[in-house]
Design a protein around this ligand. Structure first.
Ligand code: HEC
Ligand code: HEC
Ligand code: HEC
Ligand code: HEC
Length: 176
């Protein structure tokens, strides 16, 4: 009897553990970050991203280059092809269960580099560097970039981290 109860309890704890991990880290989308990260005084991160290569990464899957590549490789439509979308879109980069309010239209969004934001997005967490990191915020380095900037991309160019990170920089002038 005791053993049976213990097993039931252990199963319950195990399930609960899994559920809370899944709920902690969901993708909320760049529009949610925009509320707080689009002021001139703190660096307009949203605008910089929206006008940069990552936000527009889905457009390339409709380009002539993509069409030619798709035709030569038996892909019906690169813009709908999972093996292209996983690097050109945050929405298609991870399990759909984790996609909360992010949409399919965002391209490579904030959360592909900074981690899914559902648990760190609140002001009380974000104001603290330590709490943000505890709740899943990532301050990305080269390791994050090369999950996509690698030879599996059919149009890969050698990746120069220092030069690349400057091209997408969106610092907060109020920090430091
Ligand atoms: C409710 C407001 C709010 C929302 C929503 C929000 N942030 Fe923040 N974030 C802040 C504040 C406040 C800071 C502290 C620095 C500052 O004033 O900009 C911060 C800091 C950061 C930092 C720097 C952290 C550090 O310690 O160096 C990153 C990166 C960041 N946010 C990314 C995001 C991303 C990505 C999203 C969306 C998924 C997001 N934030 C949503 C308010 C917010
Ligand atoms: C989720 C995948 C993904 C991650 C992670 C990622 N990138 Fe990209 N990046 C792309 C894609 C896709 C493009 C091509 C966009 C387009 O033109 O369609 C791109 C384009 C770029 C470009 C413009 C092309 C160029 O070489 O000038 C720069 C710069 C860049 N990324 C820098 C970075 C840096 C720095 C990091 C890490 C901090 C990073 N990227 C992380 C997918 C990613
Ligand atoms: C491993 C991640 C990854 C995969 C898979 C991937 N891409 Fe990309 N793609 C990138 C990155 C990163 C860039 C930016 C490269 C750069 O300019 O440095 C890019 C750039 C491109 C470009 C712009 C190239 C140029 O020079 O103008 C096109 C077009 C493109 N990809 C199409 C595709 C197609 C079509 C597929 C699927 C068959 C695909 N990609 C699969 C990561 C990927
Ligand atoms: C391609 C990867 C990438 C994407 C996409 C991206 N960031 Fe960043 N972000 C970085 C890197 C790299 C840094 C610098 C990290 C560091 O200083 O250690 C950074 C820094 C920041 C900072 C801190 C700035 C500072 O000076 O304190 C904020 C805030 C931020 N990002 C918000 C955002 C928001 C909001 C989005 C989407 C609208 C976004 N980022 C999209 C890579 C990215």
């Amino acid at each position: 009897m005791v053993i049976k109860n213990l097993i039931v309890l252990m199963c319950f704890v195990f399930l609960l553990g899994n559920v809370s991990v899944a709920q902690d880290y969901e993708y909320i989308g760049a529009v949610k970050c925009k509320m707080c990260h689009n002021k001139t005084s703190t660096g307009k991160q949203y605008n910089i991203w929206a006008n940069g290569p990552h936000a527009n990464a889905l457009t390339s899957l409709k380009s002539e280059k993509s069409k030619e590549y798709a035709k030569a490789n038996g892909i019906a439509d690169a813009a709908k092809e999972a093996s292209c979308l996983k690097c050109h879109s945050t929405y298609y980069s991870a399990s759909e269960d984790l996609m909360a309010t992010i949409t399919e239209k965002e391209g490579v969004s904030c959360e592909s580099c900074h981690g899914p934001g559902s648990a760190y997005k609140s002001m009380s967490v974000m104001k603290s560097h330590e709490k943000s990191l505890e709740k899943g915020l990532i301050l990305p380095t080269k390791d994050v970039c090369i999950t996509c900037h690698n030879e599996k991309n059919p149009f890969h160019k050698p990746f120069d981290y220092d030069a690349s990170v400057k091209k997408i920089a969106h610092p907060n002038p109020a920090v430091k």
